[in-house]
Write a protein that binds this ligand. Structure first.
Ligand code: AMP
Ligand code: GLY
Length: 426
């Protein structure tokens, strides 16, 4: 079978790596791919949101499975187009993808379904939003409704910050149409966890819990990024609670969407806040997390292509999904300046040296091939991922590997996994 993998980040390199291990997979095309997928796939220069071009390519190249990595192609209707062409696609249709594409949609579905989430209100009118913000307790959270590259969420500590956020989103339109509608919600306190499940429209097969590190600097300080590191499993959400969590935040959503005539196929990702009053959903994503995908796929023992085909065909067997009990931890190496402006084009060395350890895999995110060299092309450059018996050992192994990889202006967080280790010791 030929696979068309859509996207160009570390997540997509990890997906390509795992898919390439499947005996079902003959050839993988990555659109547009990166310097990591280039070693495993044929990269094809098609933008990840050009649905028409992606579908034309899939038809011409006998593609038997489409795997969208990021949310944008799903929101743009790639799964709908694939269904029309009778090509299996591992991802939800555009209606169901609104779970991620519209925060107001997600909150309303959660309210309708009875999924625990922060109390909220939705506004299209700036004056009405201002009046609401004046009346609510602090801190509060302001969210642009649409996709804003992970930047559309402001946790406002003061009323002035909240009003400024409304002004930026609704009046100055810094996120374009994505900010024309806003969600204002209560601020939740606690530790975050990511909980992902393979879904076939009806059934869900949960994956082990994981934890992302969104802030750019150690100690969860500095601006939010796409994610600076992740590990799995996360002690904040132990295995004893995965069944309960599936029944609380995954299966009910599948039921609601199926009842609306849009069964959810693909990965449903619940971003959770583990509060003193139990877990609440912060957001849903309709795809693997990046970098959560990297440690999860390091742990996955089942055939990924077979699992994805089963999801697409509505015949997933949750009891068949296997992960190793070992812990995986991924440290993102980024370019100095990220998530703001950063330099590009720095040559990367030492990956082979790091991967001499069979329990280390370096996933390429923002880097491309130039002749024989790999040079940086993005803010998040590499995801150095290690597998070991427990969290502390996986952390040690990952950082040893990070020490072997170099490029100019590289930086990384040095505390990935620290919260989990502290919790395991407590
Ligand atoms: P989201 O894109 O909705 O996940 O928001 C991005 C980040 O903002 C989350 O990972 C949280 O760290 C933070 N956040 C979002 N909503 C809330 C909330 N209601 N209370 C506290 N933090 C939040
Ligand atoms: N790492 C968070 C995300 O992929 O949305």
């Amino acid at each position: 079978m030929n696979v068309l993998l859509v996207g160009s980040g570390g997540r997509e390199h990890a997906l390509a790596w795992k898919l390439s291990q499947s005996p079902l997979v003959n050839k993988i095309y990555a659109a547009p791919g990166n310097g990591g997928t280039a070693g495993l796939c044929e990269n094809v220069p098609i933008s990840d949101t050009d649905v028409q071009a992606l579908m034309a390519f899939a038809r011409e190249n006998a593609v038997g499975l489409i795997v969208p990595g990021p949310e944008a192609p799903l929101v743009a209707g790639l799964a709908d187009a694939a269904a029309q062409a009778n090509i299996p696609c591992f991802g939800p249709n555009a209606f169901a993808a609104q779970l991620e594409g519209s925060k107001a949609f997600a909150k309303q579905i959660m309210r309708e379904t009875g999924v625990p989430t922060a109390d909220f209100a939705v506004f299209d009118d700036h004056q009405a939003a201002r009046a609401h913000v004046e009346s609510r307790p602090l801190p509060m959270v302001i969210k642009a409704d649409g996709l804003a590259a992970g930047k559309g969420v402001v946790v406002a500590q003061t009323r002035e910050q909240a009003l400024d956020a409304l002004d930026e989103m609704m009046v100055r339109k810094v996120f374009g149409q994505a900010g024309a509608r806003v969600v204002v919600e209560d601020c939740l306190l606690g530790e975050e966890a990511s909980f992902l499940a393979f879904c076939d429209g009806e059934r869900a097969a949960p994956m082990p819990s994981c934890q992302d590190h969104k802030a750019v600097f150690d100690g969860d300080t500095g601006p939010n990024t796409g994610g600076m590191g992740a590990y799995s499993p996360a002690p904040v959400l132990p295995r004893s609670r995965w069944e309960e969590m599936t029944a609380l935040v995954i299966t009910p959503i599948l039921k609601t969407l199926a009842a609306k005539g849009h069964p959810f196929k693909g990965v449903l990702y619940a971003g959770l806040m583990m509060t003193g009053n139990g877990p609440l959903v912060l957001e849903y994503n309709v795809r693997f997390g990046d970098p959560e995908c990297q440690p999860l796929l390091m742990r996955l023992e089942s055939d990924l292509a077979e699992t994805m085909l089963a999801c697409a065909a509505g015949r997933l067997d949750p009891s068949a999904l296997r992960f190793t009990d070992r812990t995986a931890l991924c440290v993102v190496m980024a370019a100095e300046g990220y998530p703001g402006n950063y330099p590009k084009g720095m040559a990367i060395s030492g990956i082979e040296n790091a991967e001499a350890d069979a329990n280390v895999k370096v996933f390429v995110a923002g880097a491309k091939r130039e002749g024989d060299a790999l040079v940086t092309s993005g803010g998040r450059v590499l995801g150095v991922t290690a597998l070991d018996s427990d969290l502390a050992a996986a952390q040690r192994r990952a950082y040893q590997a990070v020490g072997k990889v170099t490029f100019e202006n590289a930086f990384h967080r040095s505390d990935i996994g620290a919260k989990g280790i502290a919790r395991s010791q407590a």
